[in-house]
Design a protein. Structure first.
Length: 185
C-alpha cells in the first residue's frame, strides 16, 4: 500500500501516540517514575521531526496508574514530560499536548485507555482535530482498541507479531518501531 493511502491527506490530520513502549522504553513490571528512568527508544526523535512536518496536531495519550498506586505524583510525571518535550523540541519535533489518566485499571475510568476519554478531551481542546482522519500509534491491544473506538486508523509498533495476529481486527498497519512508520509518510 502506498504511504499516502495509509494516512488520508486531510488538513485536520492528528497523530495520537501512546508513550511507554512507543516513545520510551517500557519498564516491564514497573513504572517510569523519574526523568532518569525515561529512556527514549532509538529513532524516536527523528520520527518526531518527521511527524511535526506531516501532522497538524501531535498528541500523547498515556495511562499512568503509577500515580493512582502512589508510586509517583502528578509533579513527578510533569517533570518526566517536561524532559520529553524539551528533547523533542530540540530535535525539531513537537508535541501539542500530553493527556494522561492516573486512575487504576480497576476504577474503569472513561479517561483510561481503551476508553476514549483522552481522545474526546483532545478534540475538545483542539477543535480542528477530526478523529476519523487521525492515527493512533501504540504497542498494545488496549491502544489499538482505543484507536478503533475513536474511529482512527490504528498503527501497531513494536516486536509483538502475535498481538497483531490475535488482534488483527483492531490493527490497520504494523511497523517494528516509530521511525519505521514515520519513514513511510
Amino acid at each position: 500500500m502506498m504511504p499516502h493511502a495509509i494516512i488520508p491527506s486531510a488538513a485536520r490530520q492528528a497523530l495520537f501516540l501512546d508513550r511507554d513502549g512507543v516513545i520510551n522504553r517500557r519498564i516491564v513490571g514497573g513504572y517510569v517514575t523519574t526523568p532518569q528512568q525515561f529512556l527514549l527508544i532509538d529513532g524516536v526523535l527523528e520520527a518526531m521531526a518527521i511527524f511535526a512536518a506531516r501532522f497538524s496536531r501531535i498528541v500523547v495519550v498515556t495511562n499512568q496508574q503509577g500515580i493512582g498506586k502512589g508510586l509517583m505524583s502528578d509533579d513527578d510525571l510533569a517533570a518526566i514530560h517536561a524532559s520529553l518535550l524539551a528533547q523533542v523540541h530540540a530535535a525539531g519535533g513537537r508535541i501539542d499536548a500530553i493527556y494522561y489518566c492516573p486512575s487504576l485499571k480497576a476504577d474503569h475510568s472513561f479517561s483510561r485507555k481503551p476508553s476514549i476519554g483522552m481522545a474526546l478531551q483532545a478534540r475538545h481542546d483542539f477543535p480542528d482535530i477530526s478523529l476519523r482522519n487521525s492515527v493512533m500509534v501504540g504497542d498494545t491491544a488496549s491502544d489499538m482498541l482505543f484507536g478503533r473506538r475513536a474511529r482512527m486508523t490504528t498503527v501497531l509498533v513494536g516486536d509483538e507479531p502475535l498481538l497483531a495476529r490475535s488482534h488483527h481486527h483492531l490493527v490497520d498497519f504494523c511497523y517494528p518501531d516509530l521511525l519505521s512508520f514515520a519513514r513511510t509518510l
